[in-house]
Design a protein around this ligand. Structure first.
Ligand code: GDP
Ligand code: FO1
Ligand code: CA
Length: 310
């Protein structure tokens, strides 16, 4: 049996790591590219980077993004020549961006480059970008339209969001590897990781063919709530839900994915309070992942849940 995980960065990649531990090559991780941008001539793909580093064990646990044992000499030198220092590129991290940019300039597709990097890092799972085409998340707020990294990193998610635009998504095609993962006879289930639904999963689902593949699934799909006890574990998910006038509850997550999921996993903390009907079966589990053991345990619970509702 093979499985697909839809994934953003920091939160999603934790569950992807747990799934990889159990499934190895039988896991395809379809990763958001809406965060991608060009910076100082380099193509940066933050969610892909985060997934590659996490699944290879090179990730920095504290920061959530980038590599462990990082140093910042490049940034210090950069500051001597440029004011563009709002986005941190670590000395180790910069190699990945240079190679990706070089290969893209040579004509390789993002999926080919990413799969080669995953191989070289000894990653078992198949890590595939949602699309090879350019999808760029734009944040519409009162002051105008912000590029995603300007909003997220430079402005620290402070401007209230009015709405999000996924530029290029309507014309984007899934990568061949993503398409193949959905078409596989062996496909047994699809997991929407506990990523930010608005910033990390929606840009994947904004690609019409990917949304259709999920909507027309013949295997169970389950989402894991990124909201625990009304709060996000990390990042702006709950803040954005407030700004969009959505209650920050697992119930809202179920509604958000209506028609695209057959089950929702919520935290045991929310199990007693989850009074509203989510419209799909709900499974409660320990969804806070603070260790590799937690990641594997939650991954196992997700796979069990999919088997139960199949
Ligand atoms: P980003 O792309 O780096 O912003 O990360 P994601 O979109 O993949 O994940 C962000 C979301 O992950 C936030 O909404 C967090 O609440 C959620 N998250 C982070 N860690 C955990 C965890 O251990 N358990 C659960 N259930 N959610 C988590
Ligand atoms: N996030 C930050 O908050 N500050 C940074 O300087 C930063 C640099 C960075 C470099 C490479 C990379 O792959 C990711 C990086 N991130 C940084 C994380 C990232 O851009 C955001 O967390 C996401 O796009 C939201 O998922
Ligand atoms: Ca992201």
């Amino acid at each position: 049996a093979t499985y697909i995980a839809l994934c953003g960065g920091v939160g999603g990649s934790k569950l992807a790591a747990g799934l990889q531990a159990l499934l190895g090559r039988r896991l395809t991780v379809v990763v958001n590219v809406g965060d991608d941008f060009d910076h100082l001539g380099l193509r940066i793909c933050p969610d892909i980077d985060t997934v590659l580093y996490r699944l290879s064990g090179l990730n920095d646990e504290q920061r959530g993004w980038g590599r462990a044992d990082e140093s910042w000499q490049f940034m210090r030198a950069l500051g001597q020549f440029s004011e563009e220092t709002w986005f941190q590129l670590g000395d180790l991290d910069v190699a990945l961006h240079v190679v990706r940019t070089h290969r893209q300039a040579a004509g390789y597709a993002l999926a080919e480059i990413t799969m080669d990097m995953a191989d070289r890092l000894g990653i078992d799972a198949r890590v595939v970008p949602a699309t090879d085409d350019a999808v760029r998340t734009k944040v519409v707020c009162q002051e105008g339209v912000l590029d995603f990294q300007r909003y997220f990193v430079e402005r620290r998610c402070e401007p209230p969001i009015e709405r999000l635009v996924f530029e290029g998504a309507a014309d984007a095609r899934p990568t061949p590897a993503a398409e193949a993962a959905f078409a596989a006879d062996s496909l047994a289930g699809i997991v929407i990781c506990p990523s930010n639904p608005y910033l990390s999963i929606d840009p994947i689902l904004a690609i019409p063919r990917l949304r259709a593949l999920l909507a027309e699934r013949r295997v169970p799909a389950v989402a894991v709530s990124p909201i625990i006890d009304g709060k996000a574990v990390k990042g702006p998910t709950a803040k954005i839900m407030r700004e969009l006038n959505v209650a920050s509850t697992p119930h809202s997550i179920a509604l958000h994915y209506e028609g695209l999921i057959d089950g929702l996993m919520i935290d045991t903390m929310d199990a007693s309070r989850q009074a509203e009907d989510c419209g799909v079966p709900v499974c409660s589990a320990a969804t806070l992942m603070t260790s590799a053991e937690d990641q594997v345990a939650l991954a196992g619970a997700a796979i069990d849940f999919m088997r139960r509702i199949a």
